[in-house]
Design a protein around this ligand. Structure first.
Ligand SMILES: *Cc1c(COP(=O)(O)O)cnc(C)c1O
Length: 362
């Protein structure tokens, strides 16, 4: 068996130990003579899995008591619809505010406009989303039901290094490409959500962490299975949930705990990103596409000054087991997605390759 270093943005690589554990118990979960994907979502065994998942999330992310953990169908983008349906009417103005830092925030804003008024209060589109725009929290309309941000911009390789104090307006953060990669103060947020496939598990499901007072404001038309209260009241088991994804996430969380938890992981992630950014900055052959002060720790975007070499770069990288480095078409160039599961050795292998490629082609 040979496994590549997978730099794909998502679905992304998962820790090898997690895949091996899932493989080892796939046919016979805990001596049941059945696979975890063949047992009832209402069985005692699955109950233990989902409870353990909650417990690990509370511990690893330090989630306060007044928040609910929900496992919601449809991945991250389904929450672009579910969030306005659930909370845009909590204030009579029926209004939501957005900071546009990339395609995901733009999509979320457009979707919210179907259910109320979506106001874009700041944007970095003028420079192809290569930075996080400044905005004055005082300019935020207090009648806004929430402010939506994308904490880490997967395509463009930028992130919010710190979060604005939005006062009484709940801050809603799409953390799909970074949840559990850095320490957070959960109490700064009204809702945090993340599709699992970047840092937490398989695709198709979203983790939603919501402050309790934001439940119970859903528009009457909200489908039962997009109403967060349904999930909160029935422990995300109103219907048959994606039991396999929840199981896989529980294994990823156990692994993260074994690695020393979020603080240790954050430090390792910063070291990993620094390796690659230092290589980019110290070599005229390459340049970073995001402004240095706003760089992401999870998605490193860069290009070659001679862009004609990009095709060769990607092809030769892949031959060396450095997989899926092609950047998003809206940015061009290359992108190394280095979520929690990417070992430092993978980043070092990329840097070695980048230096060698520059020497051969510079
Ligand atoms: C990948 C990604 C999404 C889309 O996730 P889906 O589960 O495919 O809907 C949304 N937001 C961010 C920040 C992402 O990185």
């Amino acid at each position: 068996m040979s496994r590549v270093y997978n730099f794909g943005a998502g679905p992304a690589m998962l820790p090898l130990e997690v895949m091996e554990k899932a493989q080892a118990e796939f046919l016979d979960y805990k001596n049941m003579g059945a696979s975890v994907i063949e047992i009832s979502h209402r069985s005692a065994e699955f109950d233990e899995i989902i409870n353990r998942c909650d417990e690990l999330l509370i511990e690893l992310a330090n989630i306060p008591d007044n928040y609910k953990i929900l496992y919601v169908h449809g991945g991250a983008q389904m929450q672009f619809s579910a969030i306005p349906m659930n909370i845009i009417q909590r204030k009579p103005a029926g209004k939501a505010s957005f900071v546009l830092t990339g395609n995901w925030a733009v999509k979320a804003s457009k979707e919210a406009a179907r259910y109320g008024e979506a106001v874009n209060i700041a944007s970095s589109e003028d420079q192809n989303f290569s930075y996080i725009p400044e905005f004055d929290p005082a300019s935020l309309d207090p009648e806004s039901s929430y402010l939506h941000i994308t904490s880490n911009n997967t395509l463009f390789g930028t992130r919010w290094h710190s979060f604005p104090d939005t006062g009484d307006v709940p801050l809603v953060a799409d953390m799909t490409s970074e949840f559990l990669s850095r320490k957070l103060d959960i109490s700064q947020f009204g809702i945090i959500f993340a599709g699992l496939q970047k840092n937490l598990g398989p695709a198709g499901l979203a983790l939603v962490i919501i402050r309790e007072d934001l439940l119970g404001h859903a528009l009457p038309m909200t489908p039962g299975l997009l109403n967060y209260k349904t999930y909160a009241d029935q422990h995300s088991l109103a219907n048959t949930n994606n039991t396999f994804a929840i199981y896989m996430m529980s294994l990823v969380l156990e692994w993260l705990k074994d690695q020393g938890g979020v603080a240790d992981m954050e430090q390792r992630n910063e070291e990993k990103a620094k390796l690659i950014y230092d290589c980019i900055d110290s070599n005229d052959f390459y340049y970073g596409t995001a402004q240095a002060a706003h760089r992401s720790v999870m998605n490193v975007t860069f290009n070659m000054r001679n862009e004609e070499l990009l095709g060769d770069f990607l092809k030769q990288a892949e031959a060396e087991g450095l997989y899926a480095l092609k950047g998003h078409r809206d940015v061009g160039g290359a992108r190394a997605s280095i979520y929690n599961a990417m070992p430092k050795a993978g980043c070092q292998a990329l840097v070695d390759f980048m230096q060698d490629f520059a020497k051969r082609n510079g």
